[in-house]
Structure formats: structure tokens, C-alpha cells
Design a protein around this ligand. Sequence first.
Ligand SMILES: [Zn+2]
Length: 248
Amino acid sequence: MPHTEHILHGRYAVVSCHVERPLDDDVWSRFNALQERRPGGFAIAALMRPPAEGENEERWLERAQEAQARGPFGLHTHWTAPDHARPTGGDPAALVREQGRRLDSLGLRATFFCGGGWYMDEKVLAAVADLGYADCTATAFRPGYLEPGAPHLQLEEPAWIELAAGRRVLEVPTTHSIGMLARGLLGPFRRQIVHAYFHDTDLLDRGRAAALRIGLSFLGLKRTVTDLDELQRGLRPEKTTSFANSRA
Ligand SMILES: [Zn+2]
């Protein structure tokens, strides 16, 4: 368990997966095997997209329960469609609240939220706070596909993000993609916390899957291996920031 003292001087790493196609048997079996194998010693957090209209909720629940038994579990919302993550209208926070309640009613205990396409706004973050989750939607990098001014949070290190009425949310930014991990093999990771992420669909590509396995093994040797739930329990960042200041 990381303590403040260790966090100040320690160098931790965690890994999460955006599980977007858990009902695709091929994708699921690959994710299932990888999470079970714990590359680098990591308990990979499954940030799962809930089933959309017409998808098999019963099978989804079985798979969510399997994932939750093996590592941290979180909610990954795709607002527009299974293959269209960012919202195109409506009330983004309302969908997050609805999905959070649904996970709850299914007996799943999510601890983290990650907005699809890295989307975040202040109302969504308030919904995340109300659900009792921590958040990992902020990124330390600027996602290349975002339009200038598109809502997005950018943070280098974990921080508390302040909301109205004195509430705050623990933000554990995502810092490395698979490609960045691979490039990081050449140099030191400067951040205190490396949070690497990938998509379940990356596992369909042999090259990306191999890069991920190698990257995570290397990361596990260079860092103290922990997981998102351990960080949520033990991490007390010194930094507090307002929502406006974490907008990128
Ligand atoms: Zn996604």
C-alpha cells in the first residue's frame, strides 16, 4: 500500500484497459487471458463499457464479474454509440449517473471512471464524485485526434480536482499509451506515477499485443507495481486544482 511518504519518493506504475468490446468472443478471450496472466505483475484494471441497447446484458455481466474478480473495475462510458465514444448531444452527466446506478444494481463495485474519447466536463465529474469513484480521464499527453478546444483534462500527476460545495475527486491521469511505453524503453520515466493504458481491441493486433507485453514487463521491472485500487486507497496527492485549471 503506498503511503504519502512513499508516494513522495516512490515511483509506482499501474495499468488499465478500456474494455470496449467485451461481447466479442475473440477480443474478450484475449483480454481475459492477459488479465489472468498479469504481465509485469500488474493487476490490470478493467474499465468496461456497459452494454448498449440490444447487446447481451447477461453475458456482459458474467464477463464483468470475471474481470472484477481479477483486478480493479471501472466504468468506461461511450456516449454516442459502442464505436463512437464522445458525446454528440444530450446530457453526458445523466448517462454516467444512469450507468453507475446500473452497475450498482447488478452488484458490480466500480471504483474508477474513464470517459470515452477522454471526454470530461464539470457535470460529468460531479456525477463521478456522487458515484464515489475516482477518475482517470485526464491525460498527461494531448490526444492527437481532439479538435482544439474539445473538452478534455490534462494533468501530469495525480491531484484532487475541486468541485462546487467543497467536494473533490481523486484524479489519477493516464500517462502512457502502448506506443509511448515502447518509446519509453529508451529513457527513464520521469513521473512518480506511470499509468499505462490500452484498448481491448489492441490485442487483436499481434504487433501491438507483443509491444504491450514487452512494455509492461519492462515497466514492472523499473517501477513498484501497484494497481488503481491501491492508489485510490493510499494516494493522497499534495496538489489540489480547480476543474477550470485542469482543462486543456
Ligand atoms: Zn473507449
